[in-house]
Each structure stands twice: as C-alpha cells, then as structure tokens.
Design a protein around this ligand. Structure first.
Ligand code: ATP
Length: 357
C-alpha cells in the first residue's frame, strides 16, 4: 500500500507550470528520490507534500488521508531544509527537544526521546554543545534529529547535503541510507545530484520541465532509461541519430549515419527517427579493426585519467564525438594509445538502447 499517493498534481505560478500532472505512488518505508536539473519543479513538488504550497490541481494522500489543503503543522510529515535549520543559541539537546516541548510533550518524555534520537544519529554525548561547536556534518545530523524526534510518518529532505564538501557528503549519504533503514520512516529526498539519488534511493522519479519522465529503481534508470533525457541525465551516454528501416521479432533495424544499417535487440514498438544510446563503459577501444557490426574509427582528442579508470573522447571523421570509459587495470589492447592516435571503437548490439527522439 502507498504511504504517499500523488495524483495528477499540478502547480502553476502565473504562466509557469512548475509541476505538470505528476502521478507518483511512494510506498511505506521507501527511500524515494526526486531527481532533476535546476528549475524542473522538484522543490515545488516537495513543498506541496509539506503543505507550504497548495496544488493548483490534483490531490495528495498521505497514509490514505487527503492532505492536499491541510496546513503543514497538521500533516504527518517533517522537513529537513538545505540550510540545516538549527537554533544557534540553544544546545544540541535543546534544539532536538524544542519541537516536542512546543507541542506539549512532558519534559521528562521530551528529554528521553531527544536523547534516543541523538543516539540514532550518532550524536550521544554531544547534547550540551552549541551548534557552533560542531562540524558541518554533525550540524546536519542535529537538523535530522530535530525532524525525526517528532516521529513523522514521512521525512522530506530538500537537498540535505548541498552545504557539505564532497567527502563528507559521501559519508552522510551512507549514514542517511542506514538511518532510514533503522527508523523505518518513508524518506522523500529532492536532489539534482544523480550520484546522491542513485546511491541512496530505492526508487527515483526523474523530472524534466515540470513533468515526471520516469519512475524506477537506480538500476532500471541506468540500464533501461525511458527517454533520451533520462539516458543523458543518469550517467554518461553516447547518442547516435538514426531511422528505423525494418522490424523483426524482438529486433529493429536502424539506418545510422557512420554505421550503416544495424540490427538491434528491442522489445516494443520503434519507428521513425530514433536515437541509439550506448554507455561509455560498453565501448571497446582497439588499434585494429574489430569484427563487429557496430564499429567506427576516429582520433583520440582527449584523455582524462581518474586512477582506476580513464575517460577518453574519440572524434570520428564525420560523426558525433564519442566518449569511452576504460578500466586502467584491464587496459591491454590499447596499451600505448595517446591523444592524436587513430583507434577503432566497437560495442555489442545488446548493449545498445533505442530511444525515441
Ligand atoms: P532548483 O534545483 O534550482 O531548486 P527545482 O527543480 O527545485 O530547482 P522549483 O524551485 O520547483 O525547481 O521551480 C520550478 C519552476 O517554478 C521554476 O521555473 C521556478 O522559477 C518556478 N517557481 C518556483 N517557485 C515560484 C514562485 N513562488 N513564483 C513564481 N515561480 C516560481
């Protein structure tokens, strides 16, 4: 059963359609991410869940109750903001129990619950410190504890890592995923950072220009993107334009400039102008012409070394620039290749996706 049911939800600001007919079902105890580029409408969607914006059309049900027009303080949700909202003049413990005190929870119980929650976020022993005596990551955990102590059914997180540096962010991502499993609350996180969404979430909604483009697990989004936008936004991808010229059982023949006619495994319908998509790590790079239908040659124009892997850009004579990722450890066939060298690229039909243009 769904914990959150978002039904045909639309929000307009004047002529801007910030969220356009979104339909999303979020399960109880799920770690759900809303991912998309700046301005795609993800914060507006989250603010409607929190009650800070009233939908123009559509409905939001939380735990089977229609909350579409319910004020924020009456909803069974709590929100953690980008700039972790903590009171600077209060101790950590007071920060965490404050929300309980104002809702009339008895002092003894408030203290006990605040201490339990601090333990949950691994801050036991920090209760008497002021926020200024904490690191960025610890302050972020105080903000989390403040939201969790009220035992909401749903925790909403708006870019919660954006103020942290890269290393700390990675650590907090793991901690947040662990915490979500421990507390068993439904988490909805909004982020523009695909690594963050992929590493933490059970499922992700990818938004583009107000619309939900795809809802799927991280693996499905990467392996079977539903659109060119999703393929391009989740990880790196090479896109080649082509035209469908024939279809068989579970295969489609596409005429692609620089490749000719190629047969690609494909379930479902495809016709007209399409894009062939291939991930950089699926491409093999050789100095000799490979025995494959999907091959092209070009010149290495750039080579970025990342320790375990290298990212290489190859420019065919008259086609789009291709990006290739190779694992440095398994780099054998192309040992001494460098910028300016001519190389062959090839990949398997089964590693090729056909996407609508
Ligand atoms: P970011 O990652 O930059 O925060 P976002 O995906 O969260 O972006 P939103 O903040 O939801 O995007 O904004 C979606 C669209 O709605 C944008 O075009 C934005 O300018 C517009 N918008 C958001 N809030 C308002 C408002 N209060 N008044 C007018 N337009 C708004």
């Amino acid at each position: 059963m769904s914990m959150i049911s978002i039904r045909s939800l639309t929000k307009t600001f004047g002529t801007v359609i910030a969220v356009d007919n979104a339909c999303i079902e979020i399960r109880a105890n799920e770690f759900f991410a809303v991912l998309g580029p700046s301005g795609c409408g993800k914060t507006t969607l989250l603010r409607m869940l929190a009650g800070f914006e009233i939908p123009t059309h559509g409905q939001i049900l939380i735990d089977n109750h229609d909350v579409s027009e319910m004020p924020p303080n009456l909803r069974p949700v709590n929100m953690v903001f980008q700039s972790y909202a903590v009171f600077p003049h209060m101790t950590v413990l007071d920060n965490v129990r404050y929300g309980l005190k104002v809702t009339g929870v008895a002092a003894k119980e408030a203290r006990q619950r605040a201490e339990e929650t601090l333990e949950m976020v691994q801050l036991s022993g920090f209760g008497s410190r002021k926020p200024e005596q904490l690191s960025g990551g610890q302050r972020q955990r105080v903000a989390l504890a403040r939201a969790l102590v009220k035992r909401p059914k749903v925790l909403l997180l708006d870019e919660p890592m954006s103020a942290l540096d890269a290393k700390l962010r990675e650590q907090m991502q793991l901690e947040l995923a662990r915490l979500q499993e421990d507390v068993g609350i439904t988490f909805v996180i909004v982020t523009h950072d695909q690594d963050e969404a992929l590493s933490m979430a059970d499922r992700i909604a990818v938004m583009n220009d107000g619309k939900v483009e795809q809802i799927a697990t991280p693996e499905e989004l990467y392996e079977s993107p539903a659109s060119r936008f999703v393929a391009d936004f989740i990880g790196k991808v090479n896109l080649l334009d082509g035209h469908v010229v024939g279809a068989g059982t579970n295969t489609v023949t596409v005429d692609v400039a620089h490749l000719g006619q190629v047969s690609i495994p494909h379930q479902g319908h495809a016709s007209g102008t399409v894009s062939l998509a291939v991930r950089p790590e699926k491409i093999r790079m050789d100095s000799h012409k490979p025995d494959s239908a999907l091959r092209m040659n070009g010149r290495i124009v750039d080579w970025a070394y990342y320790g375990d892997s290298s990212h290489i850009f190859v420019q065919p004579e008259d086609g789009p620039r291709m990006s290739v990722t190779i694992q440095n450890e398994t780099r054998t066939t192309i040992e001494n290749a460098d910028r300016g060298d001519h190389v062959w690229l090839s990949w398997q039909p089964g590693d090729t996706l056909i996407l609508d243009r």
